[in-house]
Design a protein around this ligand. Structure first.
Ligand code: FES
Ligand code: FES
Length: 191
């Protein structure tokens, strides 16, 4: 879907780019300045990747490109030929739910949810190369992802739970609901 203020596409000014997104092969005609973020959201309808600042400051647009986290708003689609993109839509759903999705749910790491896809992809890229990162490493890996809701603690907890370096919360009954019990303080804070 073109953006409302997009100029008419001049076929002669476009390049054909073929790459994979979440394992599916895509071929898209793009103007040279079109970003990967625009292609994902407006050409491929993959709107899980968020468009926040659009200038590299917030991390909401983070996707994984050839195994590394990148800001899709600063990545030219024309440079993605032959490469592999993973977006939040590529994280496994039930029955083999990605542990990060489960852990984000348990800790309340997604509140308004705007930062969540970018956080998840930064965390996914980290765990792929470093399955048991320290809290400090998690904090560093997610330092380019801004969140205005959570205070970051539940997000760090969730990544540790997904990595198995922290036990998942037990569940307690609250009225007719079964909800995760509050996590004990992080070990680094109980000393
Ligand atoms: S939208 Fe890309 S960094 Fe904010
Ligand atoms: S959950 Fe709202 S910005 Fe992070």
């Amino acid at each position: 879907m073109p953006l409302p203020d997009d100029p008419p596409v001049d076929a002669a000014a476009t390049v054909l780019v073929a790459f994979t997104v979440n394992g599916d092969r895509c071929e898209v005609a793009v103007r040279p300045g079109r970003t990967l973020l625009e292609v994902l959201r407006y050409d491929l309808d993959l709107v899980g990747t968020k468009q926040g600042c659009d200038e590299g400051d917030c991390g909401a647009c983070t996707v994984i490109l050839d195994g590394r986290p990148v800001l899709a708003c600063l990545t030219l689609a024309a440079n993605c030929g032959g490469r592999a993109v993973q977006t939040v839509e590529g994280l496994a759903g039930p029955p083999d739910l990605d542990p990060l999705l489960d852990a984000f749910d348990c800790t309340g790491a997604g509140q308004c949810g705007f930062c969540t896809p970018g956080m998840l992809m930064s965390a996914k890229a980290l765990l792929a190369v470093e399955p048991k990162p320290s809290r400090e490493r998690i904090r560093h890996a997610l330092s380019g992802n801004l969140c205005r809701c959570t205070g970051y603690g539940p997000i760090m907890d969730a990544v540790e739970i997904a990595a198995g370096t922290r036990p998942a919360p037990s569940f307690v009954t609250a009225g007719e609901e079964c909800i995760p019990a509050p996590l004990p303080p992080h070990p680094s804070r109980s000393k």
